[in-house]
Ligand binder design. Structure first.
Ligand code: DMJ
Length: 458
């Protein structure tokens, strides 16, 4: 049975929509909802998704929104959704929900597990979530959990190069997955570095930094990195360079590690990397400015693909001060989104046809609109965000929670609601419309899972 509900149906509309006239009648409203109304609608949408989790997936990693079931990533649950969603609840003032999530986490989350986990995902979602939970809520038990997890992840870095294996057994420290990628190697610094700052144990900072430096040192003569690398030997396995999944947040963390820790080594690595990226990857086409793929040694164009994951790059450019390129890229991202009513996972930006047609509730396009709006104050970015959020609600709203799309062309639903929908997508959407006092944008650095980290140390 197809349980996806378009906003044309009153029940979903009433739950989720601020501008009811938009959704109920499927026509443009006489007047767009105010920012406060939009923020309130996004908060209701969050509650709708969370209530689905509480009812059908409590204690598990994720809700399956269509079958009303649950999914765990591993043989035991790590409470992926509650940990990821907790700081969004605090930001939205959802006190009762936050209290229930906190009790669940503190009563039942354990990392003493005899199976391998993916270092990158566990770090950005759980370590990042626990650190921001500690910083925002103040309960030292969150930090104790983060410290325990950090210690169990450290054996992953025991390779000859210092770059981490992809998987580590949390109980035994056994490692696997030697062929990794820049994102999984280079997106650990904010979490590990902050853990050191908060605990006084320098090992986390030094270990994660050593891995980033080892990766940076293996950049090509023209300054680019490839898609996959063997952490045992340091040899590149795939030399395709891009800002898409597998590399994306490596660049994000070079910049953000510089901003958060003020460690000049990260500033230098960022400056050198962004110069190479901006030399070889941008692709100015009649369809807009894009960042495509190129060979890391020659700089020659290999693919004209850009997708939902790549959309984070406008936010990073804006955060670095390059609002001109960021603004042009945001126009392209919005075009990618509006061509199909919602963005595909991957697009050929020459033909404007999807290469991978699904949409898994990803945040990056809305994240970039939020950054650009906060940094430039230009309301056009908020309007882009409004369009994206409205269509997301329209096409992905389900009776229970929100569902990914198998195809943005057919809009067929898929039984999946990843935790980043609550950690990131709805958080950035909410912050785009909430008063700026809801979160001081300049006082935090978001990890790649949208967990805000505050520099509480000197
Ligand atoms: C999230 O887990 C993070 O944003 C990560 O950097 C990329 N993929 C998802 C969201 O799309």
């Amino acid at each position: 049975m197809n349980m996806r509900i378009h906003f044309a149906r009153p029940v979903a509309a009433a739950l989720l929509c601020a501008g009811l006239s938009v959704c109920l009648a499927g026509r443009l409203p006489a007047q767009a909802p105010s920012s406060a109304e939009e923020a309130a609608a996004i908060r209701r949408a969050f509650l709708h998704a969370w209530n689905g989790y509480e009812r059908y997936a409590w204690g598990h990693d994720e809700l399956l929104p269509l079958s009303r079931g649950h999914k765990d990533w591993y043989p035991a649950s790590f409470l992926m959704t509650p940990v990821d969603a907790f700081d969004t609840m605090l930001l939205m003032g959802l006190t009762d929900e936050a209290t229930r999530a906190k009790t669940l986490i503190l009563d039942s989350l354990s990392f003493d597990r005899d199976f391998p986990v993916q270092v990158f995902e566990i770090t950005i979602r759980l370590l990042g979530g626990l650190i921001s939970a500690y910083q925002m809520d103040g309960d030292p038990r969150f930090l104790a959990l983060a410290r325990d997890l950090g210690a169990r992840l450290l054996p992953a870095f025991r390779s000859r190069t210092g770059m981490p294996y992809r998987f580590v057994n949390l109980r035994t420290g056994a490692v696997s997955g030697p062929v990794s990628n820049p994102a999984e190697i280079g997106t650990l610094m904010l979490e590990f570095g902050t853990l050191s700052k908060l605990t006084g144990d320098q090992r986390y900072y030094d270990t994660a930094k050593r891995a980033v430096v080892a990766l940076f040192q293996r950049r090509s003569r023209i300054g680019l990195v490839g898609s996959t690398i063997d952490v045992r030997t340091g040899a590149w396995v795939d030399k395709d360079s891009h800002v898409s999944g597998g590399i994306d947040s490596y660049y994000e963390y070079l910049l953000k590690s510089w901003l958060l820790f003020r460690d000049p080594d990260f500033g230098r690595m960022w400056d050198s990397s962004i110069a190479a990226v901006n030399r070889y990857l941008p692709d100015d086409r009649p369809t807009g400015l894009w960042y495509g793929h190129a060979n890391m040694d020659s700089g020659e164009r290999t693919l004209t693909h850009f997708g939902a994951l790549d959309a984070f790059f406008a936010a990073v450019l804006a955060k670095s001060g390059d609002t001109v390129r960021a603004g042009r890229l945001m126009q392209s991202i919005y075009r990618m989104w509006t061509t199909f009513g919602i963005e595909p996972e991957e697009l050929d930006y020459v033909t404007m046809q999807p290469v991978a047609a699904g949409y898994v509730l990803r945040p990056e396009a809305i994240e970039s609109a939020y950054y650009l709006y906060r940094i430039t104050g230009d309301r056009r970015y908020r309007e882009m965000g409004r369009g994206m959020v409205d269509s997301l609600f329209r096409y992905c709203g389900a009776e229970t929670g929100f569902a990914a799309l198998g195809s943005v062309v057919t809009k067929e639903p898929r039984d999946q609601m990843e935790s980043f929908f609550l950690a990131e997508t709805l958080k950035y959407a909410y912050l785009l419309f909430a008063p700026s006092a809801a979160l001081d944008f300049d006082a935090v650095v978001f990890n790649t899972e949208a967990h805000p980290i505050r520099r509480t140390w000197r």
